[in-house]
Design a protein around this ligand. Structure first.
Ligand code: NAG
Ligand code: NAG
Ligand code: NAG
Length: 413
């Protein structure tokens, strides 16, 4: 199963090369750099095997560039096509939306992929393996196991649930979910409408996108946090050469604040920006009815917005999104300090929930970040994350995603 996953990822990249006349020496350079970075803060399962597969293909030349073409991959069949997929789930948004001022404006964005309702889980590949890259105490399970163990569910309200196993005591890993879209995109607009994000000590969920040959293809964390954090953190992870130009929010043109480093290199933990909203993550997000996260990726930059449920722009609700009308994003990374086309491409979209591991485990005794005035060690009275998680299944009851929809839009060429 693990092998299949890598094969699928690789097939997407390979086919796109065949179908396109891209040429540059970037790929082999990225592959060499990646090999040096394998021991970094890897969150992606691609790392080691992709490097091998990549090299085995005679060092194919790939330009990780923004391009309006969609690379469309079907797992297991090798069947791919470029262009906007005409799957039954595709629908075209109408071209007129009402702006917040009520003036009708046109949007160039077209819906190319949507996951919602009873078909939410169509078009994703379930990882069926332990969390080998971030060392979490979870076993990601296949879709059949997930469904029969009540870890995934479509509710009567039409929302999709992804849970962590709540068995009172386990000796090893808890079962959890990690799903990755089969389609990948070089540019686009991602919209996540979520009702509930996993929360509680030990949890480390994320909704993110990721390119091939990590970190060469780039990683964009849209929703991520640990434990009882209240503020979402968006982060980029790249190879060397991408950074934020400043630590000043006003200089960057963002409402959020920079955390960690301005250097996005994966070995340093990436360049994170924390949302200014105290209801953008965790229990605070959940009790507020959730909300919407949006991310745009194009050659100019990567932007992330958060809207609490009571403030979702009407153009989003109408299915005719207008990013230009959303105001200042909480996060924005841009050229010239990061050449987006060079560092990001072929992004698949991923949900996961891991427990402990390189982040939630490492910060178990830390305090002081928003929502974490006291450390988890203090609050739980348990000195390490793994012991707590293994022995307190009831504390995992809030460790679930509940999602209304994931939508991906593109501007057709
Ligand atoms: C699935 O789990 C949820 C949350 O624990 C529970 O409310 C629900 O009854 C369970 N459903 C089944 C079929 O076991
Ligand atoms: C790229 O995205 C940003 C943020 O959404 C937007 O302001 C800008 O107009 C876009 N640029 C292009 C060339 O589409
Ligand atoms: C950005 O990267 C792309 C793709 O590698 C390249 O074609 C372009 O020249 C780069 N732009 C700059 C300003 O370096």
């Amino acid at each position: 199963m693990l092998f299949l996953y890598y094969s699928v990822t690789f097939a997407c990249l390979f086919i796109s090369l065949q179908d396109s006349v891209y040429a540059s020496n970037i790929a082999s350079r990225l592959a060499r750099r990646t090999a040096r970075h394998i021991n970094g803060l890897a969150k992606d399962l691609n790392v080691a095997l992709d490097v091998v597969l990549f090299s085995a293909q005679k060092q194919p030349q790939v330009q990780l560039t923004t391009h309006s073409q969609v690379v469309f991959c079907k797992p297991g069949t090798g069947s791919t096509s470029t262009g906007i997929p005409s799957a039954s789930s595709t629908r075209t948004a109408s071209s007129v939306a009402s702006s917040s001022t009520g003036v009708a404006v046109s949007t160039p964005w077209k819906l190319v992929e949507e996951h919602s309702g009873s078909s939410f889980f169509d078009g994703w590949t379930f990882t069926n393996a332990p969390d080998v890259t971030t060392g979490g105490v979870v076993n990601y399970v296949d879709s059949g196991t997930a469904s029969s163990n009540n870890l995934t569910q479509i509710t009567s309200a039409g929302t999709a649930i992804m849970r962590v196993e709540t068995t009172p005591v386990v000796t090893g890993n808890r079962q959890s979910i990690r799903i990755t879209t089969n389609n990948v995109y070089n540019t686009g607009l991602w919209i996540l409408d979520a009702v509930h994000i996993p929360s509680g000590c030990g949890t480390w969920p994320a909704f993110w996108t990721n390119g091939p040959n990590w970190p060469a293809g780039g990683e964009i964390d849209i929703v991520e946090g640990v434990g009882d954090s209240t503020n979402d953190q968006a982060t980029l992870h790249t190879i060397e050469g991408c950074s934020l130009s400043s630590t000043s929010s006003s200089a960057l043109g963002i409402t959020g604040t920079t955390v960690t480093s301005t250097d996005c290199v994966s070995t340093g933990g990436g360049c994170g920006i924390r949302s200014d909203s105290t209801v953008s993550y965790g229990a605070a997000f959940n009790s507020n009815g959730g909300g919407v996260f949006t991310m745009t990726l194009n050659s100019s930059g990567i932007a992330v917005w958060f809207f609490e449920r009571s403030a979702i722009p009407s153009d989003i609700t109408a299915g005719t999104p207008l990013p230009g009308a959303w105001g200042t994003p909480f996060a924005w990374w841009s050229s010239p300090t990061c050449n987006i086309s060079e560092f990001f491409g072929f992004q698949s979209t991923i949900f996961d929930t891991t427990l402990c591991g390189q982040l939630a485990g490492a910060v178990w005794s830390d305090s002081g970040s928003p929502g974490q005035a006291q450390s988890c060690a203090t609050r739980t009275g348990v000195s390490d994350c793994v012991t707590f998680v293994q022995n307190n299944g009831a504390a995992m009851e809030e460790a679930y995603w509940e999602v209304n929809s994931v939508q991906i839009y593109q501007i057709p060429s």
